[in-house]
Design a protein around this ligand. Sequence first.
Ligand code: 0FX
Length: 246
Amino acid sequence: MAKILIVSDNPQLSSAFVSLTNTSTYRDDYFEFRCSLNSVTAMSKAVDKPVKPVNIKLEYPEICENFDLVISLHCKQLFPEEMVQNVRCINVHPGLNPFNRGWFPQVFSILNGLPLGATIHEIDEHLDHGNIIAQEQVEVLAWDTSKTAYDRVLAAEVRLLQQHLRSIIDGNFVSHPAEQEGNVNLKKDYNALCEIDLSEKLTFSDAIDRLRALTHTPYQNAFFIDPKTGKKIFVSVTLNADPTGQ
Ligand code: 0FX
């Protein structure tokens, strides 16, 4: 029986993972979920059983000893180098490595035009970097917001898990390094995008891209400060492709 630890802070993907593994293909495997402290309530609801919090930096020796495989489904904690060297660690990432590795890939793909998709890869000591096991590219449409592009990426992640989870657990997958190092975006890069400078001059095309990249219900991301009242005003956009196909 393979003992697999799933570390996740993403309820939606975790719930899809539970549906996938509640099938006869996985009846001989043992899955345990853990998450960051602030995700306990949402994660327990998503997987329909209590999920224990984990501090990976402190608890990784116990993890290495007790599990054959660790799968990160959007875990917000970094895995220590010593952990990834001692137990097989796999990441399911909402981006098409090596493009826009790191934070919120679809936001940056809308802005810089680099390809978007989902990647399952081995975890090494660098961010979203290890050998690639499987990938699926998704399109970015002119009328996408962060939310619509993200939903497409999540669906691709679930498809990749359906296709590759069995071989990942059995350890008989093939993986290869990315052909280039690509680029990385951090949380601070994303945060810097959110404050709109009302005096910035840019084309309509760039302005629409910036606002749709930051439109993601139910979040309020882009904002400007009203010069008259000093109030913070949030901005999001609605885009609709003509349904008649014109
Ligand atoms: O779980 P996740 O989809 O993924 C993020 C990173 O993008 C990913 O690279 C990393 N491996 C993982 C650990 O964390 O993030 P989320 O559930 O916090 O957010 C999902 C989407 O929601 C995000 O892509 C954009 C949107 N969002 C989220 C927050 C928190 C916003 O638009 N504004 C926000 O403040």
